[in-house]
Design a protein around this ligand. Structure first.
Ligand SMILES: [Zn+2]
Length: 418
């Protein structure tokens, strides 16, 4: 059976991987603006665009996906504000990842490593330190930061079959192709897969890292539902996908970035030895009931419950004259704050690091201003809501070390005051 994996923007009523129409609603978080479409002060008086944001699951291959796809050209505008090197935790994580890949695959020096959606080149810096040849592909202006500030050769473009042919002509075939936190975002998945087949050397390895459905479900992370995340993969759905391209996952790892990721090592069928991890994790998915409705219902119930508890907390804080503010403005906080209806009267600001490109902007939808986080130490508010709660521990330690005495509030997986 062939399935068209090049998903067009707009409503979607079939599984993007296996083509099945057996889709069940998991959670509807309402119509929402794009989570990274932060607003300048001048834009606050203009109309704002929002799109449906609903998560569905495929009853056949266990993929979860949105039922409305926003055009990538709208989502990844040249001024898209995200930078991967911005947090110390993330750049260390990427270095460990690069070192691990070089060892696991047994890469020779000067092998070509291509990162798709390479952002500011943080992951490629890790490969460069291992003496690999590197090339980034990044559609937004962050490509310029990668080239100019980080000295990472980067092509500013979406990844297409045509681009892959040009890369092969100019650089040769790649021994490693990586996509981290990008592979679940791409609408024209078929185009991307054909590009990978063109660019990857015969014994090359494609490594993709994405949010993992099991962690999303078990961690109650409904805030990972946003328009960029067209798909949230289970291992079963990834295994299904690669079969269409005569490729197979020979090894799989779980990693803790963003509160739980799946990292799949993929090669042309029969070229790499399997290490047993794929079969193990498929068994675990089955044991957890990921092909049955119960786990998805619990996930939905928890999203409503934590929303109500958080809003109760915010209203009580306001009624009792307590200062309740937000820390960090990761993309995912837009889903959470818009779903909850948390407005600037209840949460007057989001405090971000001084290097953030989001400073001075406003959260889409709720219009909460993003300010520099030194305000927390000056103001010592009663409660600080941790919106990057998946990095909660290091963030609390850093803020404590800078003299913050406030209590912390975790929004998920349960609402908790620390
Ligand atoms: Zn499916």
């Amino acid at each position: 059976m062939t399935v068209d994996h090049d998903v067009a923007p707009g409503p979607l009523n079939r599984c993007q991987i296996c083509g099945s129409n057996s889709l069940e609603l998991v959670l509807d978080v309402g119509h929402q603006p794009l989570c990274d479409s932060l607003l300048t002060i001048d834009m606050l008086n203009a109309a704002e665009t929002s799109f449906p944001l609903r998560l569905f699951r495929c009853e056949v291959c266990t993929l979860t996906q949105l039922d409305y796809v926003v055009d990538g050209a709208i989502v990844y505008k040249p001024d898209y504000p995200y930078r991967s090197g911005i947090t110390k935790e993330l750049s260390e994580y990427q270095q460990v990842f690069a070192d691990g890949v070089v060892k696991k695959i047994g890469l020779d020096e000067s092998s070509l490593c291509v990162d798709i959606g390479s952002n500011d080149g943080t992951l490629l810096t890790g490969f460069k330190k291992n003496n690999m040849r590197i090339l980034g592909v990044e559609p937004t202006n962050i490509a310029k930061i990668a080239r100019l500030e980080n000295d990472i050769e980067t092509i500013q473009s979406f990844f297409t079959e045509n681009l892959s042919e040009n890369i092969v002509k100019d650089y040769g075939k790649a021994k490693v192709i990586t996509t981290t936190n990008v592979f679940a975002h791409m609408g024209p998945l078929g185009e991307v897969m054909r590009g990978i087949l063109t660019l990857l050397d015969n014994d090359g390895v494609f490594i993709t890292e994405s949010h993992y459905l099991m962690d999303v479900l078990e961690g109650a992370q409904y805030d990972t539902i946003y328009h960029e995340h067209i798909r949230t993969y289970s291992l079963k759905s990834l295994v299904t996908l690669f079969k269409y391209y005569n490729m197979e996952i020979f090894s799989v790892e779980r990693a803790d970035r963003y509160g739980g990721n799946i990292r799949a090592y993929v090669a042309r069928k029969g070229t790499r030895q399997h290490d047993g991890s794929v079969a193990d994790l498929l068994r675990l998915e089955d044991a957890k009931g990921m092909s049955k409705p119960g786990i998805y219902k619990s996930f939905r119930d928890n999203a409503y419950q934590t929303r109500d508890e958080l809003m109760e907390f915010a209203y009580k804080a306001k009624l009792n004259g307590r200062r309740f503010v937000g820390n960090s403005c990761p993309g995912r906080c837009s889903t959470l704050l818009n779903f909850c209806g948390m407005n600037p009267e209840l949460l007057p600001y989001l405090a971000e690091q001084p290097t953030s490109l989001k400073l001075g902007m406003y959260l889409p939808g709720m219009h909460i201003p993003v300010v520099e986080n030194s305000i927390l130490m000056e103001e010592q508010p009663d409660y600080v809501l941790l919106l990057a709660w998946h990095y909660g521990k290091p963030i609390m330690e850093q803020l404590r070390a800078r003299g913050l005495k406030s209590k912390f509030v975790m929004p998920l997986p349960t609402v908790k005051v620390i």
